[in-house]
Design a protein around this ligand. Structure first.
Ligand code: ATP
Ligand code: MG
Length: 142
């Protein structure tokens, strides 16, 4: 299985609940290496750009307001099959439907406030990592 990278964002709800450490521990326990890590209060412009793919959706305004209300913690994760494996550790978008032992089951409140973001493909992971981190801030591939 190929070593991949993916982008994780610990969303405002989980940062407010002081679950950053618990979530990073779950990720390390699941075999991910944390290659880059930053706390950042997203501007509307940055949040809208990041979620541009959803701009026609009814929940877009609500999503941007949520993502900008307080700081997030953004991380680049690496392991074999990282994109799919991290989606598995995150759990379903709606925490009520998320499997046991997933981050969203443990810390998500509802479909909007669901604790974490994860890239949904290797190609989008590359785009999302570059959106937040210059190459000089991400450890080079082994
Ligand atoms: P993410 O992209 O944040 O990892 P996801 O890939 O599981 O989540 P998407 O369909 O890409 O889900 O939706 C992006 C985000 O928009 C969701 O994580 C959630 O915060 C929000 N969202 C999605 N659907 C709804 C909805 N029906 N109502 C409110 N917010 C929603
Ligand atoms: Mg998504």
């Amino acid at each position: 299985m190929a070593v991949e990278r993916t982008l994780s964002i610990i969303k405002p709800d989980a940062v407010e609940k002081k679950k950053v450490g618990a979530i990073l521990a779950m990720l390390e326990d699941a075999g991910f290496s944390i290659l880059a890590l930053r706390r950042q209060h997203l501007s509307r412009e940055v949040a809208e750009g990041f979620y541009a793919v959803h701009k026609e959706r009814g929940f877009f305004r609500e999503l941007v307001t949520f993502m900008t209300r307080s700081p997030v913690v953004i991380a680049v994760l690496e392991r074999d099959d990282a994109v799919k494996q991290y989606r598995g550790v995150m759990g379903a978008t709606d925490p009520a439907e998320a499997a046991a032992n997933t981050i969203r089951k443990a810390f998500g409140a509802n479909k909007g406030e669901n604790a974490v973001h994860g890239s949904d493909s290797v190609e989008n992971a590359r785009i999302e990592i570059a959106y937040f981190f210059p190459a000089s801030e991400v450890a080079p591939s082994a």
